[in-house]
Structure formats: structure tokens, C-alpha cells
Design a protein around this ligand. Structure first.
Ligand SMILES: [Ca+2]
Ligand SMILES: [Ca+2]
Ligand SMILES: [Ca+2]
Length: 262
């Protein structure tokens, strides 16, 4: 039997239902903890990775930044996290890359490295963007030895749609433009921004990493911050949901009026 109370409850339930649906949609279509202010919450990591707060001064981003490094090196038995960089094949498997993908964009054999990744739900045409900086102890200046392709450490990002093979793109290598660094590394690039557009709607995994090339010495690192997913257009509310809510409110008001008249 329809009572004032039951109509009222159904109207309230519809609104709550609509709000929770909208909320579920917006939290899915987002990157979690993109500014790393909550450590590595929302990410998976492999190798030597830390969330840097103030242990070394970086001009990248604000507050905490993610740092991946290919330490240790043969010359210094040191890692930032206590976990050493991993072999290239392990890195490729972690990132969903086919074996040999990193060698294919390198100037020599890829030895070892570290990475982080996060999976998220995105809509077609959403833009994923992030800030990054590449740091290295390799020779990068023409005043010294010049960068050498045999030891051309590099940083990269990956994206993977659903279970398809991952795609890898280089961010910076030892042939990039460098400044002296105040971090534990000798040289650093400027902070830069990179973005890419999602081709289709669904689950994606974005990854960031750095590798040693040629040998396992003279370390490099990739620092990342402000990972963001921006919608190219507002999420439309399904018309059937709106209609249901309006109908429920209508029924509620009508019933109320009828009860008053009685
Ligand atoms: Ca940050
Ligand atoms: Ca190394
Ligand atoms: Ca190196």
C-alpha cells in the first residue's frame, strides 16, 4: 500500500541512489594520490622507489614527489629505499611490456631499473598529465666526457589499456639538457610536463620508470609529481536516472498535497 511515508522514503532513496552513482563514477574516473602526498597509496612499485619529502631538494612539484632510481651502482653500494633495482625482464613484466620493449628504445643493452604504476578508469579523450625530472650521475656535459650512447641511462613512461600489451615512451636520457643538481645526483633536467589523451573508455595502467644502460653503474633517477586525469567533457547524467528522480519527487509532492486536502 502506498503511504505518505513509503512515497517519501522512495523519493529520498532515489536521490541517495543518484548521488551515490554519480560519486562512484567520479571516484573511478580519477587517479588516486597523484601528488604523492599520501606516499605510494594507490600505486604498485618495483625496485628502488621512494616518496621524497625533503631528503633531497628537488625543484619538481610541491611537497612529496615519487623517485625511482636504478641504484645501486657498482661504485657505490647504496639504495634510497633499501630495495635494489631489478633486472630488465622483471621490470618489463611488472609494466605489462613485451620482453625487449625497453631495449627497442635504448641505445645499448638495458641492465636494470625501477618503476611505479597505477591502474585507473578513464573515458575516451580524457587527458593524463604529469610532471617529471630526470637526474643522473652519468657524464652529460661536453666539458667532461660527453654523454655516451653506450651508457645512455633513460627514463620513460608506459600506458596500457585493459590487458593489451603496454606501450613505452622515453621521457629523458643523458643527451637531454641538464643543469647542476642540488639532489644527490650530479645533473638534472628542468621540470617538464607531459600528457597524453586516452583513445577509448576503460581501465588503464600508467607506469613510470628509469633504467641503467650498458652497465649497472653511475646511477640515474626519475622524479614524478602531479599525476592527473582531466575529463575533456563533464560526465553526463543518464536521463533515465533523472526521470526516475523527478517522477519520485512528483509522486511525493502529489501525495503530500492529497493528504493535506484530506
Ligand atoms: Ca607532490
Ligand atoms: Ca644500477
Ligand atoms: Ca648508469
Amino acid at each position: 500500500m502506498l503511504t505518505f511515508k513509503s512515497v517519501q522514503n522512495s523519493a529520498v532513496a532515489s536521490v541517495i541512489g543518484l548521488l551515490s552513482l554519480l560519486n562512484a563514477h567520479s571516484s573511478q574516473a580519477a587517479v588516486i594520490n597523484g601528488d604523492f602526498e599520501d606516499g605510494f597509496r594507490g600505486y604498485r612499485t618495483i625496485g628502488d622507489t621512494i616518496v621524497n619529502t625533503d631528503s633531497f631538494e628537488s625543484n619538481l612539484g610541491e611537497g612529496a614527489t615519487a623517485v625511482m632510481s636504478n641504484t645501486p651502482g657498482a661504485e657505490v653500494d647504496f639504495t634510497f629505499s633499501g630495495n635494489p633495482a631489478v633486472a630488465t625482464a622483471n621490470l618489463e613484466m611488472f609494466l605489462g611490456l613485451t620482453i625487449g620493449s625497453l631495449r627497442a628504445i635504448a641505445t645499448n643493452t638495458v641492465i636494470e631499473g625501477s618503476a611505479i604504476k597505477q591502474s585507473f578508469y578513464g573515458n575516451a579523450n580524457d587527458i593524463l598529465s604529469f610532471d617529471f625530472q630526470f637526474l643522473t650521475d652519468e657524464d652529460v656535459s661536453s666539458e667532461f666526457d660527453n654523454p655516451r650512447s653506450g651508457f645512455n641511462d633513460f627514463s620513460f613512461y608506459t600506458w596500457q589499456f585493459s590487458n593489451s600489451p603496454s606501450n613505452v615512451f622515453q621521457l629523458a636520457d643523458t643527451f637531454s639538457n641538464f643543469n647542476n643538481s642540488r639532489t644527490p645526483f650530479i645533473s638534472e633536467t628542468n621540470a617538464q610536463n607531459r600528457s597524453f589523451s586516452l583513445a577509448q573508455t576503460g581501465y588503464y595502467t600508467v607506469g613510470f620508470g628509469v633504467v641503467d644502460v650498458g652497465d649497472n653503474s653511475f646511477s640515474s633517477a626519475l622524479s614524478v609529481d602531479n599525476v592527473k586525469l582531466a575529463s575533456s567533457e563533464p560526465v553526463p547524467v543518464p536521463t533515465s536516472l533523472l526521470a526516475l528522480t523527478i517522477f519520485s519527487f512528483g509522486a511525493f509532492m502529489k501525495r503530500r498535497h492529497w493528504q493535506k486536502a484530506k
